[in-house]
Design a protein around this ligand. Structure first.
Ligand SMILES: [Zn+2]
Length: 305
């Protein structure tokens, strides 16, 4: 079933588990991730980033495919624009049928972040789309931004941010970062930040930069109050490494066969992360809920510039 992140994450928050948010910018990744969720009877969130939809995964092509896959399974599937920063990109995703939008204004100071985030909430909520905001800043793993405690989310600021923006979920900074960490580096997550922010706002919290954080860190982050775990890099790396090996072993490997195999590699990786989030079987929680999604009907003129 196709739904939004609020429907999925409110249940996760109430029942103290997390949902995997897997990045998928093509058919193989989307099918692999949704098949994994279906097999494990777990809700799932499909992520597509602003850069991905611009460079490759046009919403006009991707959204109908993901909605079709979502309608073919009984598990709840949400489609979220990840790190939306530009109004034009956000409204593009909105018009094409994404069920959920993340607005990332976390590089701005808090007043500007609130202003920009609230504007997207006011656009999305009347049409039934859910919104994630970010407070504190989740930076880049390669430059070890996760170690910079000045970027971590502050509970008292989170209270104000949630109250004034009305976001449905909140991405927090607590020690992880995006992309590949330097080889051998495992981040230290400040679980106390997660616990304190959750106690302060009690809305679904998202952990970005889950890749490379280590299985135990992810489990403990969920136990501390995380309800959404974003994974992109680690799934991509496993698919790439598999292809590298296959092509090295069998240089003439048929292209169709290789793509089918990549989908299976993605599915296996996603199943591993679903297991860590504690969401297997949680799709049963939605059976008696009326989960449905109204497509956005905004037009260019209504949305404006
Ligand atoms: Zn992120």
């Amino acid at each position: 079933m196709y739904t939004d992140i609020k429907t999925i994450l409110d249940d996760a928050n109430q029942n103290h588990y997390a949902v995997l948010a897997a990045s998928a910018f093509n058919l193989e990744l989307a099918r692999g991730a949704i098949a994994a969720a279906d097999e494990m009877q777990a809700p799932i969130i499909i992520l597509m980033g602003q850069m991905q939809i611009t460079r490759h995964a046009r919403p006009e092509l991707m959204v109908p495919m993901i909605r079709t896959l979502a309608q073919e399974t009984k598990v709840p599937v949400a489609l979220l624009l990840d790190h939306g920063r530009d109004w034009k990109k956000i409204t593009w995703a909105y018009r094409q049928g994404f069920s959920s939008i993340m607005i990332d204004a976390s590089t701005y100071e808090i007043n500007e972040n609130i202003k920009r985030t609230r504007k997207i909430v006011e656009l999305c909520h009347p049409q039934g789309l859910a919104v994630e905001g970010e407070l504190g800043h989740v930076g880049l793993a390669a430059s070890l931004d996760g170690c910079d405690q000045s970027l971590y989310t502050k509970p008292e600021e989170a209270i104000r941010f949630v109250k004034e923006t009305q976001v449905d979920s909140l991405a927090i900074a607590c020690g992880t970062a995006h992309g590949n960490y330097p080889r051998g580096f495992i981040p230290t997550i400040n679980f106390e930040v997660i616990r304190r922010v959750k106690a302060a706002v009690n809305i679904p919290l998202a952990l970005h930069g889950g890749s490379g954080s280590g299985d135990e860190n992810i489990k403990q982050a969920v136990a501390a109050g995380i309800n959404k775990v974003n994974i992109a890099t680690e799934i991509f790396n496993q698919c790439r490494d598999y292809l590298k090996k296959q092509l090295s072993d069998t240089p003439d490997l048929d292209y169709l066969t290789s793509m089918i195999q990549v989908e299976q590699v993605c599915k296996k990786a996603v199943k591993h992360f679903i297991q860590l989030t504690g969401s297997p079987g949680a799709a049963a929680n939605f059976v008696h809920k009326s989960v449905f999604f109204y497509p956005a009907e905004g037009t260019d003129s209504e949305i404006g510039e």
